[in-house]
Write a protein that binds this ligand. Sequence first.
Ligand code: UDP
Length: 362
Amino acid sequence: MKTTIIAGARPNFIKVAPIIHAIKRAQLKGKDISYRLVHTGQHYDPKMSETFFTELNIPAPDINLECGGGSQAEQTAAIMIAFEKELMSNPTDLVIVVGDVTSSMACSIVAKKLNTKVAHIEAGIRSFDLAMPEEINRIITDSITDYFFTTSVWAGNNLRKNGVKDEQIFFVGNVMIDTLLANKNRFVKPAIWDQLKLVNNQFIVMTLHRPVNVDEPKKLKEIIETILNNVQGIPVIFPIHPRTAKIFTDLNIDATNMHIAEPMGYLEFNFLVKNSKAVITDSGGITEEATVFGIPCLTLRDNTERPETCEIGTNELVGTNPENIKLALIKLFEGKWKKGSIPALWDGNTSGRIAEKILVLH
Ligand code: UDP
């Protein structure tokens, strides 16, 4: 079985790492499986890409399509043109796409049009919010996928409602959590810890990058100021996504407890999350990681494609209304945040289950 694995953006690297390691383990056992790793170049800043290859021991990509930048359409088109050439030169049995970024959608379309089977890891999750580019990517990818690997029973049911057959759906768990559990004893204390004299459970980690929250400067300023006014002066560490950084500099927010950082490496970022009082975020993956660590997670969105992080885990949809953010922070500081547990099959063994299944696909 020849596979081609697509990775384009930060959350992809974290998801492909354990899949590649599982394929290598299968090879060592003499199984007939190989992979070619295609980096689309969607994220090209070393802090959003290269760092993860080094830290998570991901082999260098076989090719980088260098399709970074541009509008949604420009990027989709560039990836499709480049990946079509790549796939024609290097045919494969199965194209594996992970998550919901533009690269996942663009490469799955190219693969299907070249009559190549597609496996989608993290299939079936839905926010039902078409204002999110990722939701469009999910719907399109899942409408042409052959094999659906899911993180929850709910995701599988979303697919069934769209006519996907039971035998195409494999509930295997969450590859992002494979990476988290495999690396939790390797987390690295970032320099900022000593610089700011951080204390366990006495600081907050914040990330914001969804267009709906960060593209409108007035809204972003209101969100951040509401947070800073309601965290009782404890440090807020804000590793800032390149998209957000562009807007943030003009906001003139000046607060002594606000600490901006560059996007962090995975091992440093999760060291902070694991030791924090809470995470405030609009990321999807971070809500899953916070759930596994049992860290309170305030999601600044009105919906989630990962409802298990709220129903089972420590995540809550707070939205972006200042009054709701304030109330959620009051609850946090009163020590009344819910305790969560870990969703089924988020056990660190998902990539092994995926590799086993891929070996018997036909
Ligand atoms: N992450 C990281 N450094 C950071 C911020 C996030 O390593 O400064 C990791 C985080 O642990 C998670 C992933 O990046 O594994 C989430 O990526 P992102 O929030 O960009 O994407 P989403 O999950 O929203 O698709």
